[in-house]
Design a protein around this ligand. Structure first.
Ligand code: HEM
Length: 343
C-alpha cells in the first residue's frame, strides 16, 4: 500500500483495541484504502474548536439564565420568528429590552451551531481516530438542534415548567459530552485502563450519578420558585419550593460526603487524578455557598445566575473526575507519513 506523499497522517502509539474489537472502531475506509487528509492543515484547530464548544455550551446556560432572570422568556412572542413577520428583534415604540435579551440568546444559539458544525467536521473527518470518538463529534450539533426545538416548544407552550427544566438538563448533559469530547481529543485510542482501584472508580461514577440528582432537584426547585422567566408566570410547579430546596441541599451534602471519601482514597493517586478531585471540591464549595446565600437572601437574580454558571462548572468538573479514573494512553504522534489506521 503506497502512502500519498502530500499527506499528513498520524502514527498511533497504542492500538485502537477495544472499539475495534467490538467492531465499531475500524477507521479504515472502504476496502482499507488510504485517503489523503484534505483537512490536514486544519487539524491543529481541533482543540481550540472543542474548547470553544465547551465554553459556548456553558455560556449559553448563562445567557439562557439571563433570559429567565430578566423576565424575558417571552420577549419574542413566537418561534422561529421573533415576532410574526420578523425574524429579528426590531425597535418600535412598544419594544422592550426583553425582546433583545431573548433574541440575543437565540443569536448565541447560532454562534454555538457554527462552532458545533466546525467540531463535527474536524472530529468526524479525522480518519486516524476510532469511530467511537468520531461519532462523539456529532453530539454537540445534534444537541444544539434538539435545544433549538425544545426552546421553540417552550415559547409556544408559554414557558411550560417541564420543558424549561428539560432545556436546562439537556444543556447540562451537553456540557458533560463537550468535556468528554475535548478530553478524548487529547488522548489516544487504546482501551481504557483504570488509573485507580475499582472501589475508587465506582465512587467517581457515584459522584456522576449524584450530580444528575442534584441538577434535577435544582431545576425542580427553580420550577417551583419565583424565577419563571416571565413576570406574569411567577409560579410554575405545584411543589413546595422550600421543601424542594431542602431536598436539593441534602442531595448536595450526599455529594460532598462521597467527594470527601473519594479525596481520601485518591491521596496517593497520580497528580492528574488528585487535581481533578480538588478542583471539583473547590467548585462544589463555591456553588454550595452561593446556593445557601441565594436561599437566605430571597433569590437575587445575580446570585441565581452565578448558581447556574456554577452548575455547569460542577457538571464539567465531575465529568473530568470520572474521566481521570481511566486513561486511553498517549495521543498519536503527528508524522508526515500516512499509516493505515489500525496498522
Ligand atoms: C453544590 C452543588 C449544587 C448544584 C450543582 C446546584 C445546582 C442547581 C441547579 C442546576 C439549579 C437549577 C437552575 C435553573 O433551573 O435555572 C439550582 C437551583 C437552586 N439551588 Fe442549587 N445547586 C447546588 C447547591 C445548592 C445549595 C447548597 C443550595 C442551598 C439551599 C441550593 C439552592 C438552590 C435554590 C434555592 C435554587 C432555586 C433557584 C431559583 O429559584 O431560581 N443549591 N441549583
Amino acid at each position: 500500500m503506497t502512502a500519498c506523499p502530500d499527506t499528513v497522517g498520524r502514527v498511533s502509539t497504542t492500538p485502537p483495541a477495544r472499539d475495534t474489537a467490538i467492531g465499531i472502531g475500524t477507521d479504515t475506509t472502504a476496502g482499507g484504502a488510504e485517503h489523503p487528509d484534505r483537512l490536514a492543515r486544519w487539524r491543529r484547530w481541533t482543540k481550540p474548536v472543542l474548547v470553544a464548544n465547551l465554553v459556548a455550551q456553558i455560556g449559553i446556560i448563562v445567557t439562557g439564565g439571563a433570559v429567565r432572570l430578566t423576565g424575558s422568556g417571552l420577549g419574542c412572542s413566537t418561534w422561529p420568528q421573533c415576532e410574526p413577520g420578523q425574524f429579528t428583534a426590531q425597535f418600535h415604540p412598544e419594544t422592550t429590552y426583553h425582546q433583545f435579551v431573548e433574541f440575543g440568546n437565540r443569536t448565541l444559539t447560532g454562534v454555538l451551531s457554527v462552532i458545533a458544525i466546525a467540531a463535527l467536521v474536524l472530529v468526524w473527518t479525522d480518519r486516524s481516530r476510532v469511530l467511537s470518538y468520531r461519532v462523539l463529534g456529532a453530539v454537540p450539533l445534534l444537541g444544539v438542534a434538539a435545544q433549538a426545538v425544545i426552546g421553540g416548544v417552550i415559547v409556544l407552550l408559554h414557558l411550560h415548567p417541564g420543558w424549561v427544566s428539560l432545556h436546562f438538563v439537556v444543556s447540562a448533559a451537553l456540557v458533560a459530552v463537550s468535556l468528554l469530547l475535548l478530553h478524548r481529543s487529547g488522548e489516544g485510542d487504546g482501551p481504557p485502563v483504570p488509573t485507580v482501584d475499582v472501589p475508587t472508580r465506582t465512587l467517581a461514577w457515584v459522584l456522576g450519578g449524584l450530580t444528575a440528582v442534584v441538577v434535577v432537584l435544582g431545576v425542580i426547585t427553580t420550577g417551583a420558585g419565583p424565577h419563571s422567566g416571565d413576570s406574569e408566570v411567577g409560579y410554575r410547579l405545584a411543589v413546595d419550593p422550600a421543601l424542594m430546596s431542602k431536598l436539593h441541599a441534602w442531595s448536595v451534602w450526599a455529594f460532598v460526603a462521597v467527594l470527601v471519601v473519594y479525596l481520601v482514597r485518591v491521596r496517593s493517586a497520580s497528580e492528574t487524578v488528585r487535581r481533578a478531585a480538588w478542583l471539583l471540591l473547590a467548585i462544589t464549595l463555591a456553588q454550595g455557598a452561593i446556593g445557601y446565600v441565594q436561599y437566605f437572601t430571597g433569590l437575587p437574580a445575580l446570585l441565581v445566575g452565578l448558581h447556574m454558571l456554577g452548575s455547569a462548572l460542577l457538571v464539567a468538573g465531575t465529568t473530568r473526575v470520572v474521566l481521570t479514573t481511566r486513561t486511553r494512553g498517549a495521543l498519536e504522534v503527528p508524522t508526515t507519513a500516512t499509516v493505515a489506521p489500525g496498522a
